[in-house]
Write a protein that binds this ligand. Structure first.
Ligand code: PXP
Length: 238
């Protein structure tokens, strides 16, 4: 059954708007777990615009599910992840000027560096995932580099409508099957919401969906426990 990873970066965004202590993403992770989150995802960015170092270490000590650390493949992040020992690391491309992660990782272009990076993380018993566009060569290179998981970028699917969205969905389905065939576990995420999630959740062997913005946005109206519960119920009612 497809599971739900809840990304709580946007809780930290509200805190950082005032650089104060509330709302605390660590406390909200507890509510996400009460609502049925199967894992908690945070992106520790180089510029620390939302999640801070203390958040990731407190989360590691306090959550009861699994911690998925999203990060760029830099020496600084490698050092932090070796100390933190999250359950998973998801490698993402990162640009200072972007509002959110824009495209997938170019695994092919960075094959040599990534191979070494992934090896070091795996030696620390951390499972490693690559956030990639749903393209066959990126999938094949992800296997080659040694990733355990891939996370398929659903941002384009979320932005498109009608026939174009249907075509993108087919690409995501074919990518999932290809990745499964070569032994990669497949997650997906970005831009998923209460309206568009079901088609992605119902793909065979879809392991986990990582969802942040839509869940936190709905939490403003109904509370985080409930917004997580509602998303989880959509994902698991296939
Ligand atoms: N997966 C990855 C790799 C991401 O970078 C993000 C955004 O932080 C998400 C999933 C969640 O995207 P959204 O906030 O649009 O649900």
């Amino acid at each position: 059954m497809t599971t739900l990873g809840v990304n709580i970066d946007h809780i930290a965004n509200v805190r950082q708007a005032r650089k104060t202590v509330e709302p605390d993403p660590v406390q909200f992770a507890f509510l996400a777990e009460l609502g049925g989150a199967d894992s908690i995802t945070v992106h520790l960015r180089e510029d620390r615009r939302h999640i801070q170092d203390r958040d990731v270490f407190l989360l590691k000590d306090t959550i009861k599910t699994q911690l998925n650390l999203e990060m760029a493949a830099t020496d600084e992040m490698l050092g932090i992840s070796k100390k933190l020992l999250p359950d998973y690391v998801t490698l993402v491309p990162e640009k200072r000027e972007e509002v959110t992660t824009e495209g997938g990782l170019d695994v092919k272009k960075n094959e040599k560096n990534l191979k070494n990076f992934v090896k070091i993380l795996k030696n620390s018993n951390i499972k490693v995932s690559a956030f990639i566009d749903p393209e066959s060569n990126q999938i094949n290179y992800s296997k080659e580099v040694g990733f355990d998981f891939i996370e398929l970028h659903t941002g384009r699917y979320a932005d498109l409508k009608g026939d174009a969205q249907y075509e993108e969905l087919q690409k995501i389905i074919e990518s999932t099957y290809l990745a499964n065939d070569i032994g990669l576990v497949v997650n997906a995420g970005h831009g998923l919401n209460y309206q568009n999630v079901k088609k992605i959740a119902s793909i065979n062997n879809m392991n986990e969906l990582n969802i942040g913005h839509s869940i936190v946005a709905r939490a403003l109206a109904v509370g985080l426990e409930k917004s997580v519960r509602q998303m989880k119920s959509l994902i698991t009612s296939n």
